[in-house]
Ligand binder design. Sequence first.
Ligand code: B3K
Ligand code: ZN
Length: 849
Amino acid sequence: MKDAAPQTVYLSDYTPFGYVVEDVHLTFQLAPTSTRVLSRIRFAPNPDATDKVFFLHGEELNLISAMIDGKPVEPVVTSVGLSCPVPEKPFVWEAEVEISPETNTALEGLYMSNGMYCTQCEAEGFRKITYYPDRPDVMSVFTVRIEGPHPVLLSNGNPRDSGDGWAEWRDPWPKPSYLFALVAGDLVNHSDTFTTCSGTEVALNIWVRPGNEGKCAFGMEALKKSMRWDEEVYGREYDLDIFNIVAVDDFNMGAMENKGLNVFNSSAVLASPETSTDANFERIEAIIAHEYFHNWTGNRITCRDWFQLCLKEGLTVFRDSQFTSDIRSAPVKRISDVIDLRARQFPEDQGPLSHPVRPESFQEINNFYTATVYEKGAEVIGMLKRLVGDEGYAEALELYFARHDGEACTIEDWLKVFEDVTGRDLTQFKRWYSQSGTPRLSVTEDYADGTYTLTFAQHTPPTPGQDEKLPQVLPIAVGLLNANGDEVVKTTLLEMTQAEQSFEFTGLASRPIPSLLRGFSAPVVLDRVASKEEQVFLLAHDTDAFNRWESGRTLARNSLIAMVRDGAAPDQAYLDGLAALLRDDELDPAFRALMLSGPSQAELAQALHEAGATPDPDAIWQAKETMADTMAQSFRDLLPKLAYEGKVTEPYAPDAEQSGMRALGAATLALQTRLDAGAAAQKQFDKADNMTLQLSALGQLIQVGKDTGAVQAFYDQWHNDRLVMDKWFGLQVGAAHPEVAVDRAAALSSHPAFDMKNPNRFRAVFGALAMNHAGFHRRDGAGYDLLADWLIRLDAMNPQTTARMCSAFQTWKRYDADRQAKMKAALERIAAQPDLSRDTTEMVSRMLG
Ligand code: B3K
Ligand code: ZN
């Protein structure tokens, strides 16, 4: 059935559903194209609701029969649901529907992936399974019976009973329908147990297709670490007898936190040293933690409506970042998070897709699982924690769990616990949830008679639908250094609330050097023209690890921008400062790797845009090349010392220490390749006994155009491993010279192993194309055309992934007139397709404004 005409939903229109759901009983009779779903649901009038319309969501369902209190009824059915007169007292609704999992290529609702059945219900997929009030504020206990010839039949909660060809599950915790899950298939498990802080033994399983059982050990350890961490740091204990994770090959995102039955994209759980990189391991650990942490922040306490999405996502991202910081390196995690924020959230917040952390309207909620809701949402919580302090934060969270367990909440509920615990008025702070756009912070300084004054001014440029912006609460962490690099003022939190505001530091013997916005204490663009000498000084001496990295990054960015804009040569002061840092063996190799890698092409485009210039992708690419060549020459003597070879003698472990050394090795290899035309890379490729080394070597060989043998050898070795083949597809496009990236993507899309129905494979090729900055923005527009062609094709199958990937065009207005016209034409061509999905329609129309 075609999508109904797009309807806009508004936060301000919220009303509670007229009925409460007391109990849900579902029976699934599984069959690929004709699964029967029988529902028996006990409803009662909701005393808190005035509107008593009985409307159940339902899409793409074939209604076979419906009954109320055992008597057949004939509801009015539309493409989005049904309505029916109901008694003014508790009643039992029963329905039987038929659905077709096998032909469900949207991967939403109940679908099939490689012969197994699985579900994805968040945000509004449950309505493709049966008729139901599919909204997060309707919570109920569920009993599920699954009938099918599969050895493994799983659902939420605890197993209740099973027999030949059937199993029953009971979830005692009331939950919204978006957390429902079902899995059935020929699966094998890697199992373990976890004893909770109160002594309860929980059975743990990771379920995979036969052949993948050897790739579960790391994920299992990550799960156990997460369970312990949540007990120790947040006092949160697991609450069922069993916790299941299932790996699925076809999945629209990373993973899903269904109660007691997390469903994971196989790329986000399966790992082995031979097939996964250090970065894969770290990502898997973080995603397992994230989904597990949702058990409390998302599941036990959920969202009242989808506008409150950041309530669970921002908080859970914040929690998983804390976890990674605790078990790996806190400075490296903070730096990586800020790189990611600037790469994904800043462009979003400064372009046509800009929206508040809590949006006020949407057509398709799946389009709002964004970097703004997730990552800026987490930044907002980080700011709140800085403002109220660690103890205030801990007390507020304790109260949040105690007060709201079992409820569907709002941002108001969340902020209220902080107000109640600390006595603070958070009215102004709340603007972080409603005001979109990245604030710009400028600063001037003054020193006289031992008093140093910092004067800040904040300003947020207009964003779609929000012309006027009000001042935000900005926590600005500042430290002051003297000329020897000693801290004369330790990290101090300045709380800026006005549009312009001054802060004084007294009793200083001399003019200090400021280290501003330490730890990136607020998600803003700091417009500060610091002298190069000062940046070089901070690069050498800043006692705040984040700001030490930041000064190096700023020097690198400024040098590259001067190269792009004025044809300047690479900045010698930057190169000298960097060399000194690289020589310092006391410094964490991971930190040095981050310093050496430098800003990406996209980050430079963003920086140019923020400086009011038009980014030229070719010139950016050229500047990066020149910088890398220059670094390779000037660090020539240092490279052998930084190279990975011989550094790690222990067996491979994806821990922070070894990963850091390999990251530094990879950044070094990238420079070495410029000196030896790929000889060292080829050697590393031939000898590699883990994927991290193999892939970084392959990337260099591709980049330097010496890849023919290696690409084939890699294929021969790994063509039977789906996840490794995704890397093979992705790297050939991502690391390609910009002139060939588009042709490569086109050629790979006709490779027999290319499968557009598999989101991982589609993203491997076309996500990599969009990330190859100069390649995608090829002057003749071929990159835009190719991506648009494929997005149009994909939309008919998988609207969610299509809509998400459309954001590759979100920066269109910042390029030169010629590129703008071509990107706009590509967007208009997508928009003009008949039967375009609601998801993609909303995205392209927002981008076109
Ligand atoms: N909550 C899911 C995301 C669902 C996305 C729906 N389009 C995974 C997560 O954030 O943990
Ligand atoms: Zn999440």
